[in-house]
Ligand binder design. Structure first.
Ligand SMILES: Nc1ncnc2c1ncn2[C@@H]1O[C@H](COP(=O)(O)OP(=O)(O)OP(=O)(O)O)[C@@H](O)[C@H]1O
Length: 585
């Protein structure tokens, strides 16, 4: 059974702390179980007329001791268990995050970020509650019940009277077996609807600007409202069942108290037992009602958290799509020739191939330009190169080593990839540029910024490179963002640099400067430039034109211009556009 793994492995490694806390709570409850006995004895002394100052002080001191000892020991036990719960929360969130970082892009494209957040927030919290509250209350309740039973048996109350009073309590296991699985099933539904709500909220916050621009707030509110309604429905179903379950246990406790009063009262009137024994019996049974209620609570919480635990364990068991082979080797930086042979690829679940029979060689230090209509497979090619998706064996090699046999770390260190919409973190511009190596000196950061033509923009900000971006900082324009992420790619100084439409949001002059910088600064290193604009790739050593997943043309700019093909027609269209724009200007 794999379900309780994450919790078990955690508790196993902390069993001694756990045992100490249980011991502390146990002693606290054993001490507390003496309380009816002291009162019973005091009642008998009162009845037999033996009451005096000494007896009152003695009983008061005993009760005081019971109170203080219980408070201290129970408090200590509770503190330790709460701490265990919080630590579990920390460990589980860490494990989840580590698992998230190993999952592939394919996984993220199938599962919304909000759903993953829900594991970190809702499910972990639910399990933590069962550790803190559940363990604490179970120990309290079980020990108190056992102590009370032992004390009752050792007292002068007849055993047959105790047994008769306990009859309703024998139904408790039946109630638990009846309700437990149902509570768990409904809890799972609640957790799933909570995950759906987090996912919807995350998506709606992400798209809030679009929502506002299109003035569709009512539609979005209604969509969010529907997910909240589902939660309310599921939660109400759960609450109905939990409440019934929780009420049944004290009800059974109440029944046993009624029997004690009726039958015990009768025996007292008959003189079979003393009034003191009768008082003790009712107090003992009264003491059992609370722990019974607690056990009801705990079983409820445990069932709910088992549903969350199942979700957590399933999440932690997800295997990454991209796995390193056991005999993976690091790529050799001395010979980064890139070879692609007979590469065809379709996305999982997609009907048609995104790439078909691609053959390419990019010799060490050369620049490859890739151009093609939108959806022609340019980014797919790069994703396969980076093993964001797994290319077929033997189709892509770097320096003679199949990328499937390379360590993922060496592959991703070897290649600097600058996407069109490079994500910037809410930290300083400096840290964003020095992302691959936070220890880079200021000089390196500035040089990269200059190469990416963003240096002047950054120094214009009052805080320069220390300017904070994002939530509590400034917002960069699309072109500034693109160039900052470009600077990040330059700083990595990797043997292969891939620019995936990374200069699309800059003006023509800036683009020319960036491309010139690329040529002068990356001499001897391999560069792949993907672009829609011919101006960005025309100086490449080789240009390939992709169309519907296949290479339809290849050669230098001059060679391609002489052919009557897609390249020349793209050039004509772009020239036409430029002339038109200039004419208007
Ligand atoms: N994760 C995915 N799952 C399924 N199909 C995908 C996925 N990503 C891309 N595709 C499909 O693969 C094809 C190639 O997409 P790709 O992103 O490589 O094109 P592109 O040439 O880079 O386009 P653009 O210039 O617009 O960025 C498209 O038909 C696209 O719909």
């Amino acid at each position: 059974m794999q379900s309780p793994r994450v919790l078990y492995s955690y508790l196993r490694s902390h069993w001694h702390v756990y045992a100490f806390a249980i011991l502390s709570i146990t002693v606290a409850n054993v001490v507390q179980a003496f309380y009816p006995r002291v009162l019973g004895q005091f009642t008998d002394t009162l009845q037999t007329g033996g009451i005096n100052r000494e007896a009152i002080v003695d009983a008061s001191l005993k009760l005081l001791f019971i109170g203080i000892a219980f408070g201290l020991l129970a408090g200590l036990g509770q503190y330790i268990i709460m701490r265990l719960g919080r630590k579990f929360e920390f460990v589980a969130r860490g494990k989840l995050f580590t698992r998230f970082t190993t999952l592939s892009e394919h996984y993220y494209s199938k599962h919304g970020v909000g759903k993953l957040l829900s594991y970190v927030m809702n499910d972990v919290t639910s399990v933590r509650e069962s550790i803190s509250m559940g363990v604490n209350q179970t120990t309290n309740a079980v020990i108190l019940i056992v102590s009370v039973l032992v004390m009752m048996t050792l007292s002068s109350i007849p055993v047959y009277l105790i047994l008769v009073c306990m009859i309703p309590l024998l139904f408790i296991p039946w109630v638990v077996v009846l309700f437990g699985p149902r509570v768990r099933g409904r809890s799972l539904k609640v957790q799933e609807s909570l995950a759906k709500m987090t996912e919807t909220a995350e998506e709606q916050f992400g798209g809030i600007r679009v929502t506002k621009k299109f003035a569709v707030e009512p539609i979005m509110r209604a969509r969010f409202g529907r997910t909240v309604d589902t939660i309310v429905d599921n939660q109400l179903r759960l609450v109905r069942l939990s409440s019934m379950f929780q009420a049944l246990l004290p009800f059974l406790g109440g029944l046993s108290l009624i029997i004690a009063i009726a039958y015990g009262g009768y025996l007292t009137i008959q003189g079979s037992i003393t009034i003191g024994s009768f008082v003790s019996l009712t107090l003992y049974l009264r003491m059992i009602v609370n722990p019974l209620q607690q056990i009801g609570n705990v079983i409820n919480t445990m069932q709910r958290s088992r549903a969350s635990l199942e979700r957590l364990n399933n999440m932690l068991a997800v295997q990454p799509d991209i796995q390193e082979s056991p005999d993976a080797k690091a790529l050799d930086a001395a010979s980064p020739e890139l070879r692609i042979r007979g590469l065809s690829f379709s996305y999982p679940g997609a009907g048609q191939e995104a790439l078909r029979n691609i053959n390419l060689t990019v010799p060490h230090g050369k620049t490859l330009g890739i151009i093609g209509k939108t959806g022609s497979g340019k980014t797919t090619l790069v994703k396969l190169l980076l093993r964001v998706y797994e290319p077929p064996h033997g189709t892509i090699s770097i320096g003679g080593l199949d990328v499937r046999g390379a360590t993922l770390e060496s592959l991703r260190t070897f290649i600097a990839y600058v996407p069109q919409d490079g994500f910037l973190f809410s930290t300083s511009i400096r840290d964003n540029i020095a992302f691959s190596d936070r220890s880079s000196g200021m000089e390196t950061v500035e040089r990269s910024a200059k190469q990416a033509q963003i240096y002047d923009n950054i120094t214009d900000f009052p805080d320069g490179f220390e300017t904070k971006l994002g939530e509590r900082g400034i917002t960069l324009s699309g072109g500034q963002r693109q160039r900052t992420s470009l600077a990040r790619g330059f700083l990595k100084g990797a043997p292969i640099l891939i620019l995936d439409d990374s200069v699309s949001a800059v003006d023509a002059v800036t683009e020319t400067n960036i491309i010139d910088n690329l040529h002068s600064q990356r001499r001897g290193k391999t560069t792949i430039i993907i672009a829609h604009r011919i101006s960005a790739i025309k100086h490449a050593d080789e240009i390939v034109v992709l169309d519907k997943g296949t290479i339809v043309q290849r050669g230098t700019h001059e060679q391609l211009m002489k052919q009557d093909g897609l390249y020349a027609s793209l050039y004509a269209i772009q020239e036409e556009g430029t002339r038109y724009a200039e004419g208007k200007g």
